[in-house]
Design a protein around this ligand. Structure first.
Ligand code: ZN
Length: 133
């Protein structure tokens, strides 16, 4: 029952670190360019985060007209690679969020995140502490 297929957004907000998912998600995760609605420790409230780094699709689009493109060469390599996705709080550009993924021929897993899910939930809990007495 737990094992519903994750949506792309879940790879950032919900999946646990190090759990392996089918590599079929790699492209969607790398190219994810939607907003993330999550708790921002900097704002101390929920905020919207937007992707700030270039996705492979954006880079590829720019590379049209430049034979070889440079980028897909390294992408097609066999083996393991690690990629970062960077987000920024739309309330304050100094508030960053970073999610790090590891992909190989078979699996993708999240291997790092800031702020961590635990941080986000812990701070959310504290926010409600005063109401709980
Ligand atoms: Zn913020």
């Amino acid at each position: 029952m737990e094992e519903r297929a994750p949506e792309t957004k879940d790879f950032f907000l919900n999946i646990p670190l190090y759990k392996k998912y089918s590599k079929e998600y790699v492209g969607d995760v790398e190219n994810f360019d939607e907003k993330l609605d999550m708790y921002c420790p900097g704002c101390k409230q929920n905020s919207i985060f937007k992707r700030i780094d270039d996705t492979p699709n954006k880079i590829a689009a720019r590379a049209i007209g430049f034979p070889g493109g440079g980028f897909y060469g390294s992408r097609s390599e066999e083996g393991t690679r690690v990629f970062l996705t960077n987000f920024e709080c739309t309330r304050d550009e100094d508030h960053k969020a970073i999610f790090i993924f590891r992909a190989d021929e078979t699996f993708i897993s999240k291997i790092g995140e800031y702020p961590s899910k635990i941080d986000r939930e812990y701070l959310e809990l504290r926010k409600y502490e005063k109401y709980l007495g």
